[in-house]
Design a protein around this ligand. Sequence first.
Ligand SMILES: [Zn+2]
Ligand SMILES: [Zn+2]
Length: 396
Amino acid sequence: MSNRREFLKYAALFGTAATTLSSVSSSFGDEPEKIPANSNGNTYTVNMNPIMRTPPPPPRTITIPDVDGFKVLKGDFHIHTLFSDGQVMPRDRVIEAVDNGLDVIAITDHIEYRPFFSKAGRWKLNDEQANNFNLWYEIAKSEADQRKLLLVRGAEITKSTMPPGHFNALFANDNNPIAAAVDDWRTMLKVSIDQGAFLLWNHPGWQAPKSGGIEQGAPLRFTDAHEEIYKLEQMHGIEIFNYKEHYPVVSDWCNERNLALFANSDIHPSELEAYGIQNPLRPITLVLAKERTVESVKEAFFAKRTIAWAANILWGRDPWLPALFKASVNIKAGTPGTFELTNTSSLPISVTIGGTIFDLPKNIKRQVYRAEGVQTLTVTNWMIGMNKPLEIPVNV
Ligand SMILES: [Zn+2]
Ligand SMILES: [Zn+2]
């Protein structure tokens, strides 16, 4: 503030906070006689709340009906914070997740790479903190509990070469024994398995040219190391979406080897910087869980009841992808020669029947002409295999 006179002018503005914006602006040019008081008669602290009219938007609502008795939880199981090379605190990840309408997240900071908060990083931790690889989980937990977000303990095993690349250990009881084995990735995976952890192969397209060829951003085949990990039952799922990448070949791998599909953000900057606010295209892993609990999420993972969703595309496996469609879309006979389709979910759905493609926005009834002999509809953006969109029999 340039001088006392200016100060008085601004004090007058804030003091008239209860008035409308137009009267505030018309009063701008007037010289105040004295510093006005707020409603408490206080001229020292003036409450500006009434003129700050930009409340944050309510959290995103994602509506998905139950599927065969399972709740469909929305999750992200690959997230970084300042405790490795992410750029926000664990608490902020909880707030971002709630804002995005998620039910469950895992913060998966790197074990091997911690340039920010650590013993040798930009901001020094003491020995006890630096040697605690559960710290990001512990810091986020009370915030998650308060906001009713489920939090899964996680860490990213981060080898600088491919293979084996990067694996998330999820649901371990304690990340510290995994970190203690840092010199040998085979031991890290084994220690994770011994704790009952779920192991996820992250971003399989990373360094793909070194791993035997590249196809649409992903390696063409499992490397010998990945075959070994798979045969030891130390791989339970693979990311088909990671951040802004997509690896369609993962669909066939997961179908052939009975693995779970994931769509994770692997987010490092703030959500605002990475995707913007409540971006409907951001990756989300749908989990068909018995209950809305961490235990149920774990059970669903090992039963491979996940569906990967990002950029208006869903990838899933039999029988869960068709089951999700049947739960979400009502198909009824309409007037003679037509169907009526209604999508009751927030999921993006494009279908084609007899050559015409159309979208099914939420809760909008679509009347569709049925060509003679047409027995199935094709869901063009829901994929159940490589180049294999979901087909739904129509028998109404
Ligand atoms: Zn990674
Ligand atoms: Zn990562």
